[in-house]
Design a protein around this ligand. Structure first.
Ligand SMILES: [Zn+2]
Length: 285
């Protein structure tokens, strides 16, 4: 008896549900089946070809489909956009549906670990933050700025999804997410703006600096791009706006950053420009 995988399910989650079904631990199952992975999560992050074939044989499932359940789908991983240990966000609708059945309880979906998602690819519901710290600082989803950028943010998410599928060739979109959070070179240090770090994104999504400062006063420089949803949404909106018209934004953005970061930003914008209107995105009216 083999439980079928769920849509968007992580390989580790699927294997873990089989182990639960047979009343053994995940690690126990890996050892019993003589797999190379030291733990379940390794199956998602670095599946070996031996394990892929072995799981295909054991679970009578196409090894290519098994590879497509991993985090990288056999391509290079998007740097800084994959959570390695626990989900950053979840889809409440899918979670509730899975909880209702013992065979699907506890399932983890791949999109919950992906740092560019704002909507569930399975059912379309809005994702919600899952990390304890993000839950504490969760703002109002009806916030005026979040509402005003909802549409471009969705386009940005679609662009990122297509870019990630391209592997390294889509890297300039990941770079753009990072670059939009760069500080501007000439901060406005007057009055109540004193503690804010003016960022490039505020030029593309006006009001972002205030919003960020009010919601996350301690936010400085992101080490990774695993951003809470409230920051991710305006960042994705910025990605959509800049990637659709990189030449339009180039002068103002390049003129606003410190000398040291100008060359990589210029390269990112040039790559986007050469690609033409984002990846399959429509030009603005
Ligand atoms: Zn869902």
């Amino acid at each position: 008896m083999v439980l079928p995988p769920l849509a968007d399910e992580l390989l580790s989650s699927w294997v873990s549900r089989q182990a639960d079904f047979y009343g053994v631990g995940g690690g126990q199952l890996l050892r019993h089946c003589s797999l190379e992975a030291a733990n379940l999560r390794e199956l998602d992050l670095k599946l070996t070809s031996f394990d892929r074939r072995r799981l295909g044989h054991l679970f009578r499932y196409d090894p290519r489909a098994i590879r497509n359940m991993t985090q990288s789908r056999g391509r290079p991983q998007p740097v800084g956009l994959i959570a390695t240990t626990r989900p950053m966000q979840t889809c409440t609708r899918c979670l509730t549906r899975h909880r209702a059945e013992s065979a699907t309880r506890g399932a983890r979906l791949r999109s919950w670990m992906e740092g560019w998602r704002i909507g569930c690819p399975v059912c379309g519901a809005a994702m919600v933050d899952a990390r304890p710290l993000d839950l504490l600082t969760r703002g109002d989803p009806n916030n005026a700025l979040l509402v005003s950028v909802a549409e471009p943010a969705r386009r940005g998410e679609q662009m990122m999804t297509r870019a990630i599928r391209l592997g390294r060739r889509g890297n300039q979109f990941v770079a753009l997410m990072r670059n939009l959070l760069l500080p501007r070179a000439t901060p406005v240090r007057v009055g109540s703006f004193r503690d804010e770090i003016p960022r490039l994104l505020d030029m593309v999504v006006p009001g972002f600096d205030r919003f960020l400062h009010r919601l996350y006063p301690a936010f400085r420089r992101p080490g990774t791009l695993l951003l809470p949803l409230n920051i991710r949404i305006p960042v994705l909106a910025g990605v959509a706006r800049v990637a659709t018209q990189p030449d339009h934004w180039a002068d103002s953005l390049l003129g606003s950053v410190a000398d040291v970061v100008r060359p990589p930003l210029a390269e990112c914008l040039r790559d986007l420009s050469n690609r033409g209107f984002g990846i399959g995105a429509r030009p603005p009216p």
